[in-house]
Write a protein that binds this ligand. Sequence first.
Ligand code: ADP
Ligand code: MG
Length: 223
Amino acid sequence: SEDFLRKADKLNVVGQLAAGFAHEIRNPLTTLRGFLQLMQSEKNWKSDYGDIMVDEIDRINSIICEFLTLAKPQSMSFKEHDVGVILQNVIMLLEAQATLNNIQFHVQVNSCLPLVKCSEIEIKQVFINIIKNAIEAMPSGGIISIVTVVQANYIYIRFKDQGEGIPETLIHRLGEPFFTTKEKGTGLGLMMCYKIIGDHKGKLAVNSIVGEGTTFEIKLPLW
Ligand code: ADP
Ligand code: MG
């Protein structure tokens, strides 16, 4: 019966997600529909409208992309990986975006870390999401420190930014589907992170001080 309950719980979560998803997609679609109607009458058309339409389409696209990662059946392709190598690849990927935003990475990642049994694609997604959030939290630039620590049978990966921080009253909402404080946010990134880290039998912890910055800590069991 416990198993049944768990399944019922999961179905409930899926139902809530689907409802939220429909809502989030419907908003930009309504905007797009309105603009297309305007376009047909032509005389009221302004050139900005095209930009708004592109933004709205991008928004639908990112919601669908993040949602697909969540909906994907749990991957069975866990292999042994050095998360330090995955981390270096992600940092390289985001270096240009960081530089454009006046942000520097301070990286202290040991080479040849003990291996973690994981899905490389998913762990990469988690790193990208956390670093992107850090970048977005520092509109006027700063430092993102990334550190790995091996202790007992776990590896800890810490991402520390010097951003705006998260008020204590909002901390418990992190990971809630569609919870975002950003104008163009999807509010799905952290939810995906919690799910993926959970699938890896790990933990994701947050520590934040408003006006000082935020640290996200991933704890993963070593293989
Ligand atoms: P999104 O980035 O689309 O808003 P996320 O799930 O990635 O969605 O993040 C949810 C919210 O958590 C963000 O809107 C922001 O308010 C807060 N947040 C996440 N990471 C940070 C961070 N490093 N600094 C400050 N706030 C953060
Ligand atoms: Mg995000």
